[in-house]
Design a protein around this ligand. Structure first.
Ligand code: ATR
Length: 270
């Protein structure tokens, strides 16, 4: 029987994960089936158990189930435990469920592919929700000179920084405390969804700085437009999406697909 994988979310209709994993399967010759499943909001655990009973070997997990998926796992990777969220479920041979989170690895690999250096960089991260919590450990592992987390609700950013301060030079606060210049500014807020921009100072970017938005779309986000007008190089989150998928594929199949052709095809289809 073909090994089955899926992505769980709610809603899930617009997920690009099935197309990405189909492309990885074709590229690597791995015989897998990958579908999108809308799990009921009140029974994520039941949806995972039913999927396993039907031959499921692993799954990606997206909004709003990442924290619940974390709680159901028998084993967690250290990075998933610290994130308090998983985006990848792996069914072990003994029937246990292992959880990991590959979002941060996807982001870091995309930055590396784009030639953005994290080591020694002054980094600003906007937002302090689940999306940011999920990427801080891999970002800090790259050795930035400083990493400041700024959030509309300042207390959330301070608490988040406190949770990660043993891993590197991380601080947190409100937008009013943001003072550039930064070499890399990563937008992890969902403000772009409403076409909004966090209040940011004009002199945010150092010469040669990069602005990265974890969101992506056919058009640049309002944050990337603003950053581009101020001279920053701009990158959207499509590469992070494909990168996290490649890391999940590796966890399941032990093979790391080449993200570049898949990313190019996806970009054309946006
Ligand atoms: P996610 O899983 O996408 O991180 P989340 O946990 O709800 O979702 O977090 C959303 C993030 O976007 C938060 O940092 C939120 O700021 P608050 O903590 O102050 O709520 C931020 N955010 C959402 N809308 C925003 C806006 N219009 N301006 C600035 N920040 C916004």
């Amino acid at each position: 029987m073909t090994d089955r994988y899926c992505v769980f979310g709610h809603p899930i209709g617009h997920s690009r994960s099935p197309a990405i994993h189909a492309a990885f399967a074709e590229q690597t010759g791995e015989a897998i089936e990958y579908t999108a499943i809308e799990a009921p909001l009140d029974d994520f655990v039941g949806a995972w158990r039913a999927f396993v009973a039907a031959g499921g070997r692993g799954a990606n997990v997206t909004v709003p189930f990442k924290e619940e998926a974390c709680r159901l796992c028998d084993d967690l990777s250290p990075r998933a435990r610290r994130a308090g969220a998983v985006n990848t479920l792996i069914l072990e041979a003994d029937g246990r469920t292992r959880g990991d989170t590959t979002d941060g690895a996807g982001l870091v690999s995309d930055l590396a592919r784009q030639g953005v250096t994290l080591a020694g960089a002054r980094v600003l991260v906007l937002g302090a929700g689940g999306a940011v919590r999920g990427v801080l450990e891999p970002l800090l592992a790259e050795g930035p000179a400083t990493l400041h987390v700024a959030n509309r609700t300042a207390e959330k950013a301070r608490a988040l920084a406190a949770d990660f301060k043993d891993l590197g030079p991380v601080s947190g606060g409100g937008f009013d405390g943001v003072a550039g210049p930064y070499d890399l500014v990563i937008n992890g807020t969902s403000a772009s969804l409403g076409g909004e921009l966090p209040p940011l100072p004009e002199a945010l970017f150092a010469p040669g700085a990069t602005a990265y938005d974890m969101m992506y779309g056919a058009e640049p986000t309002v944050f990337l437009r603003w950053a581009g007008e101020r001279g920053a190089r701009t990158i959207d989150g499509l590469g992070m999406l494909v990168g996290q998928a490649a890391e999940s594929f590796f966890l399941w199949r032990g093979r790391r697909p080449d993200v570049v052709p898949v990313l190019e095809a996806l970009r054309k289809a946006l």
